[in-house]
Design a binder for this molecule. Structure first.
Ligand SMILES: Cc1cc2nc3c(=O)[nH]c(=O)nc-3n(C[C@H](O)[C@H](O)[C@H](O)COP(=O)(O)O)c2cc1C
Length: 352
């Protein structure tokens, strides 16, 4: 079976080219996930490092699906959405109980604390829900090799343009994805096992970038930043306005640990940091402001509500370098359909 047929058989409601919404912690909840799957993509709920509210989000998603007039068609065994964990922080036993109860079609792993931990998460998830496909997000060829040991169904290859967390040292998709693809093929040929499906993430916000990712060897694309500017995202208006305002993402965003430190989101390994829009928190840190003072100012800024976001403000605005191409808040259905259509026209217009 070719990879696209396999995708269609694993997730029978999808349309291709496949568009996936990233499991963004606190932001990608039931409405976003169900909306994306309803539009023929695959929507993920972001559980992140804390699964204490996850059951509530699954209840909400189940309710939305039950009330939908045309729910995405999944096998009766699984819910047609996925869930994403940040493994170093998420509570395994609690997560497994929820996977067993709600049976998501896909379970996404990111940043496990060790190879052993990744193995344990995947074995226990497969045991809890054998129908759920295992997705692992990696940011380097080395991480891809490690992930391959648990035989993931899907490898999400995350380039350094991605918004939010990822490897501090990385490469853009244009060099990373083909190299990962070759490494996967080599291993598969040697071991004779089934190849994982490769999905690209990082900097993709519209049809042209999605088409490029497919040309690099991906079978679908993940978008995070684009969905920050969606009606279904659980996001403050000030944050969303910044996504629309910022342009020239290579200049207006930066990978740093500064924002995590100020927010107290500690626990990430040294290997990881996060990409966000440059604001006063970052420029003051660069200019030598101590962490205690910067944190004090951050706490003050929170009290300002939506005014706390902006170039001259201080609130964290995680986003990828594709931010300059995101100009309008739209519903997820429109976003997914636009990207699918955009891929087709970008490929049609190719002259070689
Ligand atoms: C605000 C935000 C939060 C994110 N949270 C998570 C997360 O909780 N778990 C995860 O695996 N990836 C997370 N990511 C990374 C995405 O999985 C994905 O790699 C990234 O959004 C792709 O790049 P893009 O933002 O340029 O589309 C997050 C990204 C953003 C922008």
């Amino acid at each position: 079976m070719d990879l696209i047929q396999r995708l269609k058989s694993d997730y029978p409601w999808i349309q291709t080219p496949l568009v996936v919404s990233a499991p963004m912690r606190l932001i990608a909840l039931a409405e976003l996930a169900v909306g994306v799957s309803g539009a023929g993509g695959i929507g993920f709920i972001g559980a992140g490092t804390d699964v204490s509210d996850l059951e509530k989000h699954f209840e909400h998603a189940s309710d939305l699906l039950a009330r939908s007039s045309s729910p995405p068609k999944s096998s009766s065994e699984v819910l047609p959405i996925g869930v994403g964990f940040i493994n170093w922080g998420a509570q395994l036993d609690q997560a497994i109980g929820i996977i067993k109860k709600y049976k998501p079609a896909a379970v996404w792993f990111f940043a496990p604390s060790s190879k052993q931990s990744l193995k344990e998460w995947s074995e226990r998830s497969r045991e809890a829900c054998p129908e759920a496909k295992i997705w692992v997000q990696v940011g380097s060829v080395r991480e891809a090799h490690l992930a391959l040991e648990i035989r993931p169904n899907v490898l999400v290859v995350q380039g350094t343009d991605a918004g939010g967390h990822g490897l501090a040292q990385g490469a853009g998709l244009i060099s990373l994805l083909p190299e990962v693809n070759d490494a996967v093929q080599e291993k598969i040929e040697k071991e004779g096992c089934e190849a994982p499906i490769i999905i690209a993430a990082g900097g993709i916000v519209e049809g042209r970038s999605a088409a490029a990712a497919l040309a690099l060897g991906a079978s679908g694309v993940v978008m995070g930043t684009r969905f920050l500017a969606s009606k279904e995202a659980n996001i403050a208006k000030g944050y969303q306005d910044e996504i629309l305002r910022a342009a020239d993402g290579g200049q207006s965003t930066v990978r740093t640990k500064v924002y995590d430190n100020l927010r107290g989101t500690t626990g990430w390994a040294e290997s990881h940091n996060a990409r966000g829009v440059i604001n006063r928190s970052y420029t003051d840190n660069l200019a030598g402001m101590g962490e205690a003072e910067n944190k004090r100012l951050y706490e003050e800024e929170i009290k300002k509500g939506d005014e706390g976001w902006g170039v001259e403000a201080r609130m964290t605005t995680y986003a990828g370098t594709g931010i300059g191409l995101v100009k309008e808040v739209k519903g997820v259905k429109e976003i997914v359909e636009e990207v699918r259509k955009g891929v087709k026209s970008a490929l049609n217009e190719l002259k070689v």
